[in-house]
Ligand binder design. Structure first.
Ligand SMILES: *[C@@H]1O[C@H](CO)[C@@H](O)[C@H](O)[C@H]1NC(C)=O
Ligand SMILES: *[C@@H]1O[C@H](CO)[C@@H](O)[C@H](O)[C@H]1NC(C)=O
Length: 96
């Protein structure tokens, strides 16, 4: 029910179970290269719980998703100074 697209069903969305403050703090960490080749990505110091939602069926606004709980490090892209935009870039295998 949460921000899953406007006018269409978003194919995939990931929710980080963390505070906004904790996520933005990751923007202050060392930069790494993003999948798109830019260098404004940052990896979390600790794994966090997250919920991965993948579209299975339905038409907007009746989008149906399957969900998967994960415990992983995450990578985000941060833009602006001070940081204004953050987008989720991916996750990498956690320690558990
Ligand atoms: C934010 O980070 C602190 C320190 O790691 C942690 O104790 C706290 O649980 C985190 N907040 C949330 C909402 O997960
Ligand atoms: C992550 O989720 C698991 C399973 O629900 C829970 O046992 C654990 O306490 C959570 N960890 C954090 C850091 O919130």
């Amino acid at each position: 029910r949460k921000n899953m697209g406007f006018g269409h069903c978003k194919p995939q969305n990931t929710f980080l179970h963390d505070s906004f403050q904790n996520v933005t703090a990751v923007c202050e960490l060392l930069s790494i290269t993003c999948k798109n080749g830019l260098h404004n990505c940052h990896q979390s110091l600790k794994p966090v719980n997250m919920t991965d939602c993948r579209l299975t069926s339905g038409n907007y606004p009746q989008c149906r998703y399957s969900t998967a709980a994960k415990y992983k490090f995450f990578i985000i892209a941060c833009e602006g100074n001070p940081t204004i935009t953050i987008s989720f870039s991916g996750d990498i295998k956690g320690s558990t």
